[in-house]
Structures are given as structure tokens and as C-alpha cells.
Unconditional design. Structure first.
Lengths: 601, 342, 415
């Protein structure tokens, strides 16, 4: 190409460059060294819009994500949660937290070695001031926990005290939520927070919308480069965690990079090609990659279900729909659904079956499964595709088939619409199977897939429309320190029934005072045997009343790895103690995986 | 051969002003439509953001509070007219507002980053397709015989092959099976934009598959059109007359193709309008970071400002392109000036 | 009219296009009559079954058995599990485990097998990635009992004692006659991600897409025709207004309008018919322009002026004097509109804005689901290539017909 052509191209690209963000340490002309970079997909789907941990709408999925299994590569939490053994491990904290005698206050220490990226030490003051800011500016963390935490104070520079909010009887409102805060919310430097406040003049909206490019963090990685097509993090070799009181070394990859793919397919193709090492997206039929294509790709478990189920996508019944107030109808539909087809077609076997893990309110992890008495609820559980049983249930309840072949209740034909948001392919496939089941037992079920924005507007408001939302599919909680209690609360508690702006749960409007009482009691209960009895009772209530039913088990995060450059990823029975969970090595305790990686020779 | 003189230029000026007026009015109406249409969609975009933001929150009051904050911020509660006036004022200052789905990124930034990729992909593709297609079509008309018999069915097949089909097939064949070319992104997954040769080369290789998926179809369409026009012209009287007069074939051909070119130039204007549409599919399948992808994400996220911004930019581009082409058309075709002069 | 039709059929291009189109149309109509399976029935439990003949294993076990001894039976059996690639892999593992190179002979099956069985230990760490480790575990499992001669035992649980008791043995030289197996299913195009029979679904989808294309084409042509006639013949202010609206529609990209409108009407009302009308409403522009241009040139013809002088009303003149002359053009436009209508529906469905999945499949929706489940990335060609070929054939045949007609009506274009 001639000089002019080259010059034109350079001008064009100069324009391109001018509009992207750069770091000063970039060496022009060098691509990222492949054997020092770990590539991800499935977490970041759009260009990063900022680095502000106080923000309410930050889309920086790898760097700034709080709540259960918070991502700790840039910012850190006092504790990190391990979903495999259900424990919280100390990160910024030094040793486990301790309740006081009355169980109204928690105290924990900060590690002496913990430092910020600007060299100053992490102190209890930072923890306290983070909470103050969260409250004052009504951030997600503040608003979410202010009903449960009264105050967080620094007793001395190394000790933090968290006071729970008390109910009139002197007991804490919810001790579980207090513990929850410790592993799901970042500690942010007080000095930087004050700088941010000064810059925004105390305006809450500005405070939360600030892109925060000058952030100060304590984590092992920091911002390196971001534009419309990728985001790259670079290891901070002065990371305090290399001290022997924590990990004892630095994480192995020098760069963490995440290309922004337009959709699942692009990400999947990149995983196949070895351009992605860690994949956090649903890859249909992932087993074909190593069975047929013989690629060095593997998942946490070598056989189905390939991962550990943590959340329970659920079909909720709108209890106000005609006929759905009858237990017989609800249970009949629920036992008629062919769950095996849902799992093998919609989830391509990336879920445990209901024969392997009989249904309850708990996810398949060993921790949660141990919390209830399996034998006691065995007779209530079902595996699905029980057409004859469903028909019998309906016939026994007097809901018989009319001349057209459809069932009638008190003279009126039963007809429902099953729905989930458009574009969520595995959910849509599952809803199709639910509809097919209805047909087999004589209940007319059709499907509808509104756009996500419409769906959630309708579902989170009350009352639900008279038609179109009879059986609606929504998620339920995954793994976290407050589980399974939080999930049960979201499924069954009447606090959420028939409320507006309800993003929490119980969208069908189920009310059961017995369940409510148990849900209120559990956070304050510390006797293991009593807890087990309570949980078992809740499971029986759930399986008897069937206000909703689980459709499949879904992993907390999908986790598939390509071993063409890196190896020694977390896998089942890999001998790590504590076991590293398959959460793409960024969430909660899963970050330990970054320290164990090796290069393939 | 046409003479330049006062009368000619004056006729042209009238033509120019008329076109300008037309496009001005069209633009105003387009802005209005661009604003209204996205806002007619059902559903509440504030609810979208609230949900994203409050995932994991258990406190009811907290959630509704955040919802209120956003409803206030985006002014979605204000009456339509007020919103429109505000919108026009901002656009005039180059401020397209803040994206809902990628809050707090401003729409202008998002547009700026994607627009170049689309332009660099589409313009060359259209022009190359146009040039090659017209050449082939003209050749087919002139040579006739076997070349024509082969070209015609292929062109028909290609021109109506669905764009997504072409993209998928190219991806499956060249990208995945043969592994000759990369299949996604604007540049290599391990690259950071700079002026090195490796980077530029990476951009070029990533450019190939989306580029060819658009060009192949464009070639088909242009070839057919040009062939029909050329045949029509070749059979015109003036050609026969010129032949009798003894004018060399080569010279006649220049006249013929110049005449046949005219409707093709108008066709070029029309294809600019479909530019982003064609690019949208290719960009989605190849994960190419352009405008098409942006508008799709905007629609799925019910992002009013983003959708309005993109459609406005696209409208503007199409208008300007059409305007320019009509001007060029006016220059090339003496008949236009002649009619204007009366 | 008759001569025109005769001429049309003489044109080679038209004939070919017409034949292809009729074949597709006839298949779409006749196939469902012969094969009465509902197109949306979920048959496969699992995604993307390859095209082939699926024989029920349970029935095979209980069908009449024939003993046949084939010379190469054993070799074929071994080769399928222990091919050259597998042998090389076994060698790699044995070397990594420390077995000296000389004692490994990949040519000698029995010896290699014995060495493998004696040495392989899944828990032994030979320094491999976990993907490779899993591979060797699978390989070992598939090789179990490979060189033996015993048959497989079939056992059933005794309901009283709860113990497994042998009921049957399947020998290595037992064969069944496929014609005698009662339950066999042939999937010529395999299944899709839902487990639906691709061929049946494809035929049904072709029908729906053709209907959508027809409706969209007719709507678009009608609108274009009416507006073009009015603008071209009446001229003046009406012409200006119609041209202005046309310009507007040209300038605002039609695909944007299409997307916006489809999105606005929401999934509930997005039936096949509604989509067709929406497509029709956004693609009438070029028909209007073309008809208008034609009418312009016809406007001053003698017979029209005669009618005007005779005092015929505008409508009469348009219907009797103008319409027949542009009829040929309109038919061609209709054909093209139908083709582009089918493409537009596919375009919308690929973006997820197409008609509802559960009622009827359409070609675009089938493509959409195939892409969502990554069929094109994982090489499951049967899920999308037949659909593409179908779309391409339909549009190709229509365009061929169009070109053929073009040549009939414009003799200058004939070869």
C-alpha cells in the first residue's frame, strides 16, 4: 500500500486511539504476553463504565461486584465466602469474627499486613467510614443492610465492632444479615472516600455516578487498560497479600484480560480457539468440546452435571389465578412436568437431576443438603413426568375432564399462560416443557415471552395481570453465607407477597403464618438440632403446598477452563484444602485458584 | 460536451437550493420521529436499571428508594413535550444524553467509539462491492455469451442470499473449519490499540470475514442492476448511430457506461441507507464493535437516549450521503440542469 | 394475457425458478398430510441428535436373534475403540508413566492392551492437564473387556429378594434384522436444540414463512401500487406529499423502523400474521417509486388522453388504461417483495423479535435457536444449513422467475 494510504489509516487509528483510555505503562507495539495473561469471558458484556465501588449501576463485572461471593480482584472484603464448605475465610480480617455474649455485636480484627495500593495501611477506620458513606449516600450496600446493622465503629485502629440493629425485645433483627455484610461488601479507603466526597460536594447522585478513575484499592490487581473491546487488569506486585499471614505469594498471572464479546456464541468460539482460558457463560453441550473435538477443555466435574448447582430457577404460581388456589392443580402440574427433558435439552445436562438430588428448598451443595432430614420428606418429593399420578390427583379432587378434553374446576375450564423473559433461551426451553406437561394432563397451558424490561415491570408490581402471568419463571438465591435461609425467605415469606417494586421474591403471593414464624425464628436460632427440625418443617410445607416448584439446578457461575496455556485450575477432588470453589477464580474464596495456576509446558 | 456559462450554473444553483430545502424539512421530521418512536415502547427502563442495581438487596424500602432516585434522574416522569424540548437543546450542543443501560456513560462516547468501526467496515465494503459488481455487470452485458450465462445465475443467487446466512457460512467455513481467519472482534484478543504493524495487521485480518460477507452480496446486486442498464443502453439508438458514423467502439462504450452509471449512482445513495442494517447482522455474528451492535443492545435494554442517538446519527449520515450523491448526480447528468433552466 | 403466460413458460430462467418454487411449495403442502407428527413435538431428550436411523435398544434386545459369524467383526470392534490415535495416546501415557520405550509396541494389540491394563492408574500423577487426565479415564472405561469373547449379561431385579438375577446373555455374534425391530425412527435431518425432528419442523416452518412472505409482499405491493398510481397520475400536491413521505421512509432506515415497531408491539401480539403486516408496512418504498415512474411515462399516452377527453373518471382511467400496462411490472415487484418479506422475517427472528416460538416455527426462528445453542460453532450443521439452503432456494427461485419474466416483458433483455 502506498504512503498516502498508510497515512490515512494512521490518521484513522489515531482518532480511534484518542477516544480510548490508556495507562502510562503501556508499551506501544506489544501485545499482551500470552503466558502471563489469563483470559476470561462471560462476565463483562459491555465496555466498562467506571471503577466506583459506591456506584449503583457499575457494570464493571470483574472489578467492582459486591454481594454474595463478592469479586475480590481489585477491591477486597473483610471475609470471603467459600460455597463448598459454607465458611467465611478471613481476607482483610485477621482471624474469625466473634459474637459477644448476647449475640448483638460482632468484633473482628484487621490484618497487620493489609495495605492500600498507595502504601498506607488498611485500618478499622476505613471499615467504619465505608459504612458511614454507604449509609449517607444511600448506596446499594447501605440501603441493603441498614435495616440490620446499626453501626460499625473502630474500637482501635486494628479492631472493628459491628453493632446489629435490635428489635424491641433486645434481640438483633437479623444476625444472619450482619454476618452477610462481612463477606459481601468492600472496605474502601477513608482518605479516598473523603476525596470523592469533596469532589462531589456531598451530592449523592454525583457521588455514585463518579467514574472514579483515581480509585485506591487493596486487591492484587488494578486497572491497566479499558476500551470498547476489552478490559485488562494488571497485577500489583506490591500487593500486601504476598505476606505470609495471607497467601504467602503473588497470584500467578500478571494480567487478567476480558474481551467484550457481543454474545454467547462469540465467547464460545473464542473458548474453543484457546483465546479464552476461563469461561463464565452458559456453553451448550460443552462436553462435545472434549469428547468430539478433543480440545483441552474441562469443567469442575468431568461428567454431568459438570458444575455445582447453587441456585434454583423456580416456576411461581400466581395464586390468584383461577384454579391455582387449589393445591391439587398446583401439585398435579408440578409432578407432570418432565424435568429430565428440561435438564437434558434446556440445560444440556449441566444440572443435577431430581433423581440425583431430590427436590427440597436447598441447593445441591453438601452444606445445604445436610441441613434437613431427608427421610422425613421423602414421601413428599417427586421426580417428575408422573402423568398418571397427576391425573389421579386431579380426578380425586373432583377436577374432571370435560367433553372437549380439558379439565374443569366448578364448571370453568382451566387455562394458563406460562411465561419467562424473551431471549433467555434455557428458561424458554424449560417453559416449553412445562406447557407440554399441561397438555398431557388436560390443562391448557400456552406460553408467552415478553421482553425482559416488560416482564420484570409486571412481575415486580402488584397485582399481577389477570392473564398472561399465571405460571411465571424467576430465579431464587444462589450460594451465600445467609443461605438457605435467605432463599427460603424469598420463596415463602409473606413480607414480599403482594408488594410493589418487589425484586425479592414470592411473586405469587403465598401467605403462610406457620412458614413466616419459622423464617423469623431461624436467624436467631443457634441450636443445630432445632435448626434442622425447622428447616425440615419448611421443606415439608413447601412440598405440600407447592406455591412454586423448582425447574432445575443452576450453578452459581458457570466455570469451564481451557488448558492450552494454563493448567492446575480448580477441579473436584483436586486436593486443595480448603477446597477451591469453581467460581472462575474471581468470586469469594475462588480467588485462591489464581495462586495455584501453572503454565502448561 | 456541454458548455459552461451563466445559464448552466444558475440552473444548477436552483437545483441545489431545492434539494437543500427538501433535506432540511426531512431532517426535522426525522428528528421528531427518532425521538418519539423509541419512547412508545412499553415497559419501564427505570425498572431495568433498578433491577440491575438492587440484585441481592433484601430490604424493600431500599429498593423502592433507588427506583425513585432513577426515575427522577432520567426525568421519565416528565411530560413528553418537555422531554422533547430538552432533547433538542441538548443535541444541538452535541450532548446526546446519558445511556440508560450503560449508565453513567454518555451516549456520545458510546457512539464515538462504535461509529468508526462501522464506517470503516461499511463504506469500503459498499464501494468495493459497487465497483466490482458494476464492472462485472458491464462486462457481462458487453461480452455476452458464456461469461454472461455463468455470471447471471450466480449474481442472482448471491444478491438475494440472506446477509446473516453469508456471515454464518463464512464463519463456519473459513473461521472454524479451515481456521484461516479470526472470527470475532475488531482486533486480536491480546492486542491493545497502537500504531504498530502487528496491531494494524490484526485489524486487517479481523476485517476480512465481515467485509467479504457484505461485499459478496453487494456484488451480486450491483452486477444485475448494471447489466440490465448496460443492455438497455447498448441497444439504444445513439449507439447504433455512432457505430454507423464510424466512431470507435471504445469511445462508444465510455458513453454507454456513463449513461448506465447514472441510476447506479442513485442506487449507491439508497444503499447507504441500508448500510447499518446490513452491518448489524454481520457485526452481531462477528462480534464486531460497531453501531449495529450498539443499537441492538440499546433496544434490548430499552435505552431511549442510546436508540435516539444512534438513529439520529444514522439518519444524518444517510441524509448527507444522499444529499452529496444527488449533488454529484446533478453535476454528471446534464439533463438535470437543462430541465432546471426552464 | 395467454400469450404472455406461454412466453413466460418458454423462458428458461422462469421455468427453472418456477420448478424449484413449486417443488418447495408442494412439499410444504403434501408432507404434513403424509407425516402427521406435530412439528413442535419434543422427541429427543438431549440436543442436536445427528441425522440417522435411531433403533430402539430395548426392542433390539427382545427381537429375534440370528447368529452370524463375520471375519472382520472383532477387528472392526477393536478398531472403533482402539484406533491409531488411541494407540498413540496410550503410548504417550505409558512413556510419561515411566515405561521404557522398547517395551511398547502399538502394533501388537494384545500386548499393548495388557500393558495398559496392568499399568494404568487414574490417580497416578503423570504431569498432565486435568483435561487430559479426564480423557485417559474415559479411554480406560471404553476399553474394558475389549479383547474378550464373552457376551454381555442382562439382569433384572427380583422384586421379592431385591437381588439382581441374570435373565439373558447377548453374545458377540448376535444380530437382529432391522425390519423386525418394531420401534425405529429415521431422522433425516436430525433434531434441533429442543429435540424436535428437524425435517418436519423445517417443512412446517417453510409453510409459515411462505405465508408471512406472501402477506407481507401483498401488503407492500398494494400500498406501493396505490400510492404510486395516485402520485404518478394525479401529480401535483398529492405527488409532493407522497414523495415527501417516501423520502422520509427512505431516510429513516427501514430496518430500524422494523425493529422498533416489532419491539413495541410486544411478544404477545407478535403472531405470524402481525409480523407480516409490519414488514409490509415498512417495505413499500421502492415499489411506490417504481410504479410512479412508470405511470409518469404512461400518463401522456394517446389512449389515456382519449379517455380523459371522453370524460371518464380518474378511477376508471387508472383502472382501465394505466393498470394493465404496468401489470407486468407489478407482478415482478410482487415476487420480489415476497422474497424480501421472507428475508425480513428471518432477519427479525434472528434478532429475537420474530413471532412467538410455541405456536409455529418459522425459518428465521429455527436459525435463531440454532445460533443461540451455538450450533454453528460446534459443527452441528444439520441445525442450520438446511434452513439456510431452504431460504436461499426460495429467494433464488423467486428471483429467477422474476428475471425470466423481466426478459419476457422487456425483449431487449433477452439473450
Amino acid at each position: 500500500m502506498n504512503r498516502l494510504g498508510l497515512r490515512i489509516i494512521m490518521v484513522l487509528f489515531a482518532f480511534l486511539l484518542a477516544s480510548s483510555a490508556f495507562s502510562d505503562t503501556l508499551k506501544p507495539g506489544d501485545p499482551l504476553p500470552r503466558n502471563e495473561t489469563l483470559y476470561f469471558n462471560g462476565q463483562q458484556w459491555g465496555p466498562v463504565n467506571g471503577w466506583n465501588p459506591y456506584s449503583s449501576n457499575n457494570n464493571n463485572a470483574m472489578g467492582v461486584a459486591q454481594q454474595d461471593n463478592a469479586r475480590v480482584i481489585v477491591f477486597e472484603t473483610p471475609y470471603i465466602y467459600n460455597m463448598i464448605d459454607g465458611k467465611q475465610y478471613a481476607l482483610l480480617a485477621d482471624g474469625p469474627w466473634v459474637w459477644n455474649a448476647k449475640r448483638t455485636e460482632i468484633t473482628f480484627k484487621i490484618k497487620a499486613a493489609a495495605k492500600w495500593s498507595d502504601g498506607t495501611p488498611v485500618t478499622a477506620d476505613d471499615v467504619a467510614y465505608t459504612w458511614t458513606a454507604n449509609l449517607k449516600y444511600e448506596t446499594q450496600a447501605g440501603v441493603g443492610s441498614k435495616d440490620y446493622i446499626d453501626a460499625i465503629t473502630a474500637v482501635n485502629p486494628r479492631t472493628v465492632q459491628v453493632k446489629a440493629k435490635l428489635s424491641p425485645d433486645g434481640r438483633p433483627v437479623n444476625p444472619l444479615e450482619v454476618i452477610h455484610y462481612l463477606s459481601s461488601n468492600y472496605v474502601i479507603q477513608k482518605a479516598w472516600t473523603m476525596k470523592l466526597e469533596a469532589r462531589c460536594g456531598g451530592d449523592a447522585t454525583k457521588f455514585k455516578a463518579d467514574p472514579a478513575d483515581d480509585f485506591v484499592s487493596s486487591g492484587p490487581y488494578t486497572k491497566f487498560f479499558t476500551d470498547a473491546t476489552k478490559v485488562v487488569y494488571i497485577r500489583d506486585d506490591n500487593y500486601w497479600g504476598k505476606d505470609k499471614s495471607m497467601w504467602g505469594k503473588l497470584p500467578v498471572p500478571k494480567y487478567l484480560a476480558h474481551a467484550i464479546f457481543a454474545d454467547n456464541n462469540a465467547g464460545f468460539a473464542a473458548l474453543k480457539a484457546g483465546e479464552v482460558d476461563v469461561s463464565q457463560q452458559f456453553n451448550a453441550n460443552i462436553q462435545d468440546l472434549w469428547l468430539k473435538d478433543k480440545l483441552p477443555i474441562s469443567t469442575y466435574l468431568p461428567e454431568a452435571p459438570y458444575g455445582i448447582g447453587a441456585s434454583l430457577p423456580t416456576a411461581y404460581y400466581n395464586l390468584k389465578s383461577y384454579g391455582l388456589d387449589q393445591v391439587a392443580v398446583r401439585k398435579a402440574i408440578a409432578i407432570a412436568v418432565d424435568y429430565q427433558t428440561i435438564i437434558s435439552n434446556a440445560m444440556t445436562n449441566q444440572s443435577a437431576t431430581f433423581t440425583q438430588v431430590p427436590r427440597s428448598l436447598m441447593n445441591p451443595t453438601a452444606g445445604e443438603q445436610a441441613l434437613f432430614d431427608h427421610a422425613a420428606v421423602k414421601s413428599l418429593q417427586w421426580a417428575g413426568n408422573d402423568i398418571e399420578g397427576a391425573k389421579k390427583l386431579l380426578d380425586d379432587a373432583g377436577i374432571k375432564v370435560n367433553s372437549d378434553g380439558w379439565r374443569e374446576y366448578n364448571g370453568k375450564k382451566l387455562s394458563y399462560v406460562a411465561t419467562c423473559p424473551n431471549g433467555w433461551s434455557d428458561w424458554q426451553a424449560a417453559i416449553e416443557v412445562v406447557a407440554a406437561a399441561g397438555k398431557k394432563i388436560g390443562i391448557e397451558i400456552t406460553t408467552n415471552y415478553p421482553e425482559w424490561s416488560v416482564y420484570q415491570t409486571v412481575v415486580t408490581s402488584t397485582p399481577l395481570p389477570p392473564t398472561g402471568y399465571d405460571i411465571l419463571m424467576m430465579w431464587s438465591d444462589g450460594a451465600g453465607p445467609t443461605q438457605p435461609w435467605s432463599r427460603i425467605r424469598h420463596l415463602l415469606s409473606s413480607e414480599f407477597a403482594n408488594t410493589n417494586n418487589n425484586w425479592n421474591g414470592n411473586w405469587g403471593g403465598y401467605v403462610n403464618p406457620a412458614a413466616d414464624a419459622l423464617i423469623k425464628a431461624i436467624p436467631l436460632e443457634s441450636d443445630a438440632a432445632k435448626l434442622k427440625a425447622d428447616y425440615t418443617k419448611l421443606v415439608s410445607i413447601y412440598l405440600t403446598d407447592v406455591p412454586s416448584f423448582t425447574l432445575m439446578y443452576r450453578p452459581q457461575s458457570f466455570h469451564a477452563v481451557n488448558e492450552s496455556v494454563w493448567t492446575n485450575f480448580p477441579r473436584a477432588d483436586d486436593g486443595t484444602k480448603p477446597p477451591v470453589p469453581p467460581l472462575d477464580m474471581t468470586d469469594g474464596y475462588a480467588i485462591a485458584g489464581l495462586y495455584n495456576l501453572k503454565l502448561v509446558k | 460536451m456541454f458548455f459552461r456559462g451563466g445559464v448552466e450554473l444558475k440552473g444548477y444553483k436552483q437545483y441545489f437550493l431545492r434539494k437543500l430545502g427538501w433535506f432540511g424539512i426531512t431532517f426535522v421530521v426525522a428528528v421528531l420521529l427518532n425521538f418519539i418512536l423509541p419512547r412508545l415502547m412499553p415497559g419501564d427502563p427505570v425498572a431495568v436499571i433498578t433491577q440491575k442495581v438492587t440484585q441481592g438487596m433484601t430490604s424493600q424500602s431500599g429498593v423502592s428508594k433507588i427506583y425513585q432516585q432513577y426515575a427522577e434522574l432520567f426525568g421519565t416522569k416528565k411530560p413528553m413535550l418537555e422531554q422533547f424540548v430538552l432533547y433538542v437543546k441538548n443535541v444541538a450542543h452535541g450532548n446526546f444524553g446519558v445511556s440508560f443501560s450503560q449508565y453513567p456513560r454518555p451516549v456520545a462516547t458510546i457512539l464515538r467509539e462504535s461509529i468508526w468501526w462501522t464506517i470503516c467496515l461499511q463504506f469500503p465494503a459498499i464501494i468495493v462491492g459497487w465497483l466490482i459488481g458494476n464492472m462485472l455487470g458491464a462486462l457481462a452485458a458487453y461480452l455476452k455469451g458464456r461469461f454472461d450465462k455463468v455470471l447471471m445465475p450466480i449474481s442472482i443467487f448471491l444478491s438475494n442470499f440472506p446477509a446473516f446466512g453469508m456471515a454464518i457460512i463464512l464463519l463456519a467455513v473459513f473461521g472454524i473449519t479451515l481456521k484461516w481467519l479470526p472470527i470475532s472482534g475488531g482486533y486480536g484478543f491480546d492486542m491493545i490499540p497502537n500504531l504498530s504493524w502487528t496491531f494494524v495487521w490484526s485489524v486487517i485480518t479481523h476485517y476480512q470475514l465481515p467485509f467479504w460477507s457484505i461485499v459478496l452480496i453487494a456484488i451480486g446486486g450491483q452486477a444485475i442492476g448494471m447489466r440490465s442498464m448496460s443492455i438497455y443502453e447498448l441497444n439504444a439508438d445513439y449507439v447504433k448511430y455512432s457505430r454507423f458514423m464510424g466512431i470507435k467502439d471504445r469511445k462508444i462504450i465510455t458513453y454507454v457506461f456513463r449513461n448506465a452509471m447514472l441510476p447506479q449512482v442513485t442506487g449507491l445513495a439508497l444503499s447507504v441507507g441500508t448500510m447499518v442494517g446490513g452491518a448489524l447482522v454481520a457485526e452481531t455474528i462477528f462480534s464486531y464493535p460497531g453501531l449495529g451492535n450498539t443499537i441492538l443492545k440499546g433496544i434490548m435494554g430499552q435505552d431511549y437516549p442510546l436508540i435516539s442517538g444512534v438513529t439520529l446519527i444514522v439518519t444524518l449520515m444517510v441524509l448527507i450521503a444522499n444529499f452529496l450523491i444527488e449533488l454529484i448526480y446533478g453535476l454528471i447528468d446534464p439533463r438535470i440542469k437543462a430541465t432546471q433552466a426552464d | 394475457m395467454n400469450t404472455m403466460i406461454k412466453q413466460a413458460f418458454r423462458s428458461g430462467k422462469f421455468l427453472v425458478g418456477f420448478t424449484i418454487f413449486m417443488v418447495i411449495l408442494l412439499m410444504a403442502i403434501i408432507y404434513p398430510v403424509i407425516v402427521r407428527d406435530p412439528p413442535l413435538a419434543i422427541l429427543g431428550q438431549g440436543t442436536f441428535f445427528e441425522p440417522g436411523i435411531y433403533v430402539n435398544v430395548f426392542d433390539t434386545m427382545h427381537s429375534k436373534r440370528y447368529k452370524i459369524s463375520l471375519e472382520d467383526a472383532a477387528t472392526k470392534r477393536i478398531a472403533s475403540k482402539l484406533g491409531n490415535e488411541e494407540r498413540a495416546d496410550i503410548k504417550t501415557w505409558l512413556l510419561a508413566a515411566g515405561i521404557p520405550k522398547e517395551s511398547i509396541d502399538i502394533g501388537d494389540t494384545a500386548k499393548l492392551f495388557e500393558l495398559w491394563v496392568n499399568t494404568y492408574d487414574p490417580n497416578k500423577d503423570v504431569g498432565m492437564t486435568s483435561a487430559k487426565r479426564n480423557y485417559y479415564a474415559r479411554l480406560d472405561k471404553s476399553l474394558k473387556g475389549l479383547l474378550g469373547t464373552e457376551g454381555s449379561t442382562v439382569a433384572a431385579m427380583n422384586p421379592e429378594s431385591g437381588v439382581l438375577e441374570q435373565t439373558d446373555t447377548i453374545e458377540r455374534n448376535d444380530f437382529v434384522n432391522l425390519g423386525q425391530v418394531p420401534v425405529v425412527r429415521w431422522f433425516p435431518l436430525g433434531t434441533d436444540n429442543f429435540g424436535r425432528d428437524m425435517l418436519t419442523e423445517l417443512v412446517s416452518a417453510t409453510r409459515t414463512s411462505l405465508v408471512i412472505g406472501f402477506v407481507a409482499g401483498i401488503v407492500a405491493t398494494l400500498i406501493g401500487l396505490i400510492l404510486g398510481l395516485l402520485a404518478g397520475y394525479i401529480g401535483g400536491l398529492i405527488d409532493d406529499v407522497i414523495m415527501f413521505v417516501t423520502n422520509l421512509f427512505t431516510v429513516i432506515p427501514s430496518f430500524v423502523l422494523l425493529i422498533l415497531i416489532s419491539f413495541s408491539i410486544g411478544q404477545e401480539s407478535r403472531g405470524a400474521f402481525t409480523i407480516a403486516i409490519v414488514i409490509g408496512f415498512t417495505s413499500w418504498v421502492w415499489t411506490t417509486r417504481a410504479v410512479r415512474a412508470q405511470v409518469f411515462s404512461l400518463r401522456n399516452r394517446d389512449h389515456v388522453n382519449l379517455s380523459k377527453l371522453s370524460g371518464h373518471s380518474i378511477i376508471q382511467i387508472i383502472l382501465r388504461d394505466i393498470l394493465p400496462y404496468i401489470a407486468s411490472y407489478v407482478i415482478m415487484a410482487l415476487i420480489l417483495q415476497i422474497a424480501s418479506g421472507i428475508l425480513a422475517e428471518a432477519f427479525l427472528s434472528i434478532l429475537g423479535l420474530g413471532p412467538k416460538t410455541t405456536e409455529v416455527p418459522t425459518l428465521g426462528l429455527m436459525m435463531n435457536w440454532a445460533m443461540i445453542y451455538s450450533a454453528h460453532v460446534t459443527g452441528k450443521w444439520w441445525a442450520y444449513v438446511p434452513v439456510l439452503v431452504d431460504i436461499a432456494l426460495i429467494t433464488f427461485s423467486m428471483n429467477l422467475m422474476n428475471t425470466g419474466l423481466d426478459q419476457v416483458f422487456n425483449p431487449t433483455l433477452r439473450e
